[in-house]
Ligand binder design. Structure first.
Ligand code: FAD
Length: 391
């Protein structure tokens, strides 16, 4: 008899209260019932299933760890576990959530005024408004800290924004985008809530991606967009403030990597117990078991790592280097796990319908966004050596 698949080998889920566990299982049920059946088709066609947005809203999980403004005020641990549950079925849906709740709402929650929070967070929390986060540019990715070329300039009519932003998730149908721009007066990075209806603002969809195909990434162009002072984030006065937002979202990406790895592992394990060669299930061969155990070892190391990461976050002790280390380790290990998951499935591993190929492709994007392996490694390297190797 085949034992049930539970990739939470050390029972991290036991750390949740009964209420939190119920929410986790509710989200899992939603993802398995509503998302799993449609996800390959949308991935194939490079489209986002907008009809699920009202159902996502009912789960009440956007900005889960924020206090007030309609947010549930739950722990970072639960927020991480929910991100993992989303990614366990589909990393694109998890990314959509990460952009809405983490990057966009997180920027307004962390750097916005009380009025801005009251105006924008409730509709974003309920998905009545869709948000995005524009930091990366066509020519400036890893070097965003000192190199942004998008400019903002204060004039009598308001702030004038010019420049381009590339890779911006949700941008093609967002209502607002938090735009990060360099102030020509003091050379510091500032943040703005830009409504996508603003004159001079346009978005072009980035087509033909081989990963996270459901996420709608856009190339944004801003030509003399005028933004009023009331839409400038008053607590974003240098890149250090942007980094505060990224610290929390990188922890979220580490959890998403766990989910992505978990989804691939669970599908692969189930497959190996069913698929027979040489007259017995391939899971009965030692070499296949070795693959499975190595996958589970890494997965378990990742889970215990992000569990502690969230504890630090909940205690207010999280540092940039903590989040970066987890982001690097988990996304790197995920690449190995999804690749082995594909391997133990033989040829079927490259077919979308066997539910591992999508994770294999998506892991590539997770590995590179929110700071590549190199950039997050350099953040950790700076912390442990005292030397900055960025430039
Ligand atoms: P580059 O910076 O050009 O890097 C290329 C390579 O050089 C990498 O391997 C990098 O690690 C390496 N490298 C660069 N500098 C150094 C160095 N000093 N030392 C050693 N190696 C170095 N951005 C947003 O603002 N908002 C979004 O919503 C968003 N969503 C995204 C979604 C997807 C699917 C993807 C792929 C990207 C998204 N991004 C988004 C952008 C993402 O954050 C960038 O792709 C990432 O930061 C890397 O930048 P780059 O692609 O320009 O690569």
């Amino acid at each position: 008899e085949v034992p049930p698949i539970d990739a939470d080998f050390y029972n991290i889920g036991d750390k949740l209260s009964a209420d939190d566990r119920a929410l986790q299982l509710k989200v899992r049920g939603f993802m398995e019932k509503e998302i799993a059946p449609i996800v390959n088709e949308y991935w194939l066609h490079d489209e986002f299933p907008k009809e699920i947005i009202p159902k996502l809203s009912e789960l009440n999980i956007a900005g889960l760890s924020f206090e007030g403004y309609g947010c549930a005020g739950k722990s970072s641990l639960l927020e991480g576990i929910i991100a993992c549950e989303l990614a366990r079925v589909d990393a694109s849906i998890a990314t959509f959530f990460g952009v809405q709740g983490g990057l966009c709402m997180g920027s307004i929650y962390t750097c916005g005024s009380e009025e801005q929070r009251q105006k924008w967070l409730p509709p974003l929390q309920q998905f009545k408004k869709i948000g995005a986060f524009g930091l990366t540019e066509p020519e400036v990715g890893s070097g965003a800290a000192g190199g942004l070329t998008t400019t903002c300039e204060k004039t009598e009519n308001g702030w004038v924004l010019n420049g381009q932003k590339k890779w911006i998730g949700n941008a093609t149908f967002a209502d607002i985008v938090v735009i990060w721009a360099r102030d020509v007066a003091d050379n510091q990075v500032k943040g703005f809530i830009v409504e996508t209806t603003t004159e001079g603002f346009s978005v072009e969809k980035i087509k033909d991606k081989m990963a996270l195909r459901i996420v709608q990434n856009g190339l944004i162009t801003m030509k003399n967009c005028i933004i009023q002072e009331e839409n400038r984030l008053p607590n974003a006065n240098s890149f250090k403030d942007t980094a505060k937002v990224l610290q929390a979202t990188r922890a979220g990406v580490a959890w998403m990597a766990v989910g992505c790895a978990r989804g691939a592992y669970e599908n692969a394990l189930a497959y190996t117990t069913q698929r027979e060669q040489f007259g017995k299930p391939i899971a009965a061969f030692q070499l296949i078991q070795n693959h499975l155990v190595e996958m589970l070892s890494n997965l378990t190391a990742m889970q215990t790592m992000v569990f502690r990461l969230s504890e630090l976050q909940d205690q207010g002790k999280l540092k940039d280097e903590h989040a970066s280390l987890a982001k690097v380790f988990c996304t790197l290990r995920t690449r190995d796990i999804v690749s082995r998951a594909r391997e133990v499935m033989g040829g079927n591993g490259i077919l979308l319908e066997y539910n591992v190929a999508r994770f294999l492709a998506d892991a590539e994007a997770i590995y590179s966004y929110e700071g590549t392996k190199e950039i997050n490694s350099l953040i950790v390297g700076r912390s442990i050596t005292g030397f900055s190797a960025f430039v």
